[in-house]
Ligand binder design. Structure first.
Ligand code: G
Ligand code: G
Ligand code: MN
Ligand code: NA
Length: 249
C-alpha cells in the first residue's frame, strides 16, 4: 500500500497532467475532436507514460480517484476554452472497466458536469473492446445512462478483442476506433481495416482510424469511407496550450 500512498501524494502534488491528441475529419482535414491522454511528471523518473502506471492504478483501485480527476480536468479545460471564446470540440476520455464497478460512477460524472457547467455532448468515453467483453454486466447499465445523458460512446482498440461480434448488440455505442495494428500496414494489408469500416458503416457507427502516420494511409482511409483519423501524420498529443493555438487557427 506504499504504492497507493505514492499515487495519492502525486495526485495531491499535481504531478499528473493531460495532453490532447487532435482527431481530424478525413474529408476536410479539420480538427473535430481531441483525445485526452494522461501523463505523470514524476519528480525523479521524469515523464511517465500511462502504459507504465494505468494497469497498476487499476489493480490497487487508484484508477477510481485518478479517473475522476481526468474527467474533472477535461471538463474544466472545455469550460476554460468556452469562456475564452475558443471553439470547443468534443474530447474523448479513456475509461477503465474498473471505473464502472463503483456504483456511484454515473452520479459522479453527472455531478462533475453540473458543477463545472459544461454540456455532456462535449464528452466522449472510450472503452476498450476487452473491457466490454470481460465486465459486461455492470457496464451495460451505466453505458445506457451515459448515452441517455448525451455522452458520446466509442469502442477503443477495436478489432483486438477475441470477441464474437455479439456484444455490439448489447452496447449501444456511437463509434468504433480501429486499432492502429490494422492501420500500420495500409494500404498493402487492407483486409481487416476494410472489414471494420464496412461493419461500422452498416451499423451506422462513426469509424475512426488510430495511428495514422503516412499520407498513403490517409488517402486509402478517405477513399474507403472511414470518417475520422488520429495519428502522428496530423499531430501527436500536445499540451493544452498548444492545442489552444490550433483551435484558434
Ligand atoms: O498516451 P499513450 O501515449 O502512451 O497512451 C497509452 C495508453 O494509455 C492508451 O492505450 C490509453 O488508452 C491509455 N490512457 C491514456 N490516458 C488514460 C486515462 O486517462 N485513463 C485510462 N484508463 N487510460 C488512459
Ligand atoms: O490505446 P489508445 O488508443 O487510447 O492510445 C493512444 C496511444 O497511441 C497513445 O499512446 C498515443 O501516443 C499513441 N499514438 C497516437 N498516434 C500514434 C501514431 O500515429 N503512431 C503510433 N505508433 N502511436 C500513436
Ligand atoms: Mn484511446
Ligand atoms: Na486505441
Amino acid at each position: 500500500l506504499l504504492l497507493k500512498s505514492q499515487f495519492e501524494q502525486a495526485l495531491a502534488d499535481r504531478q499528473f497532467y493531460l495532453e490532447y491528441q487532435p482527431r481530424v475529419d478525413l474529408e476536410s482535414g479539420g480538427i473535430i475532436g481531441l483525445e485526452a491522454l494522461i501523463r505523470w511528471k514524476h519528480p525523479t523518473e521524469g515523464i511517465v507514460a500511462p502504459g507504465e502506471f494505468i494497469t497498476l492504478a487499476e489493480e490497487i483501485g487508484f484508477i477510481i480517484p485518478l479517473g475522476e480527476w481526468v474527467i474533472r480536468e477535461v471538463c474544466s479545460q472545455m469550460k476554460h476554452w468556452q469562456e475564452q471564446g475558443i471553439p470547443a470540440v468534443r474530447t474523448s476520455i479513456n475509461v477503465s472497466a474498473k471505473q464502472f464497478n463503483k456504483a456511484s460512477f454515473v452520479d459522479k460524472v453527472q455531478d462533475i458536469l453540473n458543477e463545472i457547467g459544461i454540456g455532456p455532448s462535449l464528452l466522449e468515453f472510450e472503452i476498450t473492446e476487452s473491457a466490454l467483453m470481460g465486465h459486461a454486466k455492470p457496464i451495460i447499465d451505466d453505458l445506457k445512462v451515459f448515452k441517455d445523458m448525451g455522452i458520446f460512446l466509442s469502442i477503443d482498440d477495436f478489432g483486438t478483442g477475441y470477441s464474437s461480434l455479439q456484444y455490439l448488440k448489447l452496447f449501444d455505442v456511437d463509434a468504433l476506433k480501429i486499432d492502429r495494428a490494422f492501420i500500420k500496414d495500409l494500404p498493402r494489408d487492407k483486409l481487416l481495416a476494410k472489414m471494420i469500416i464496412s461493419l461500422a458503416r452498416k451499423l451506422r457507427l462513426q469509424v475512426i482510424a488510430e495511428g495514422v502516420e503516412t499520407s498513403a494511409q490517409h488517402a486509402w482511409l478517405l477513399n474507403s469511407g472511414c470518417h475520422e483519423a488520429q495519428g502522428f501524420l496530423y499531430s501527436k498529443a500536445l499540451p493544452a496550450s498548444d492545442i489552444e493555438y490550433l483551435l484558434k487557427a
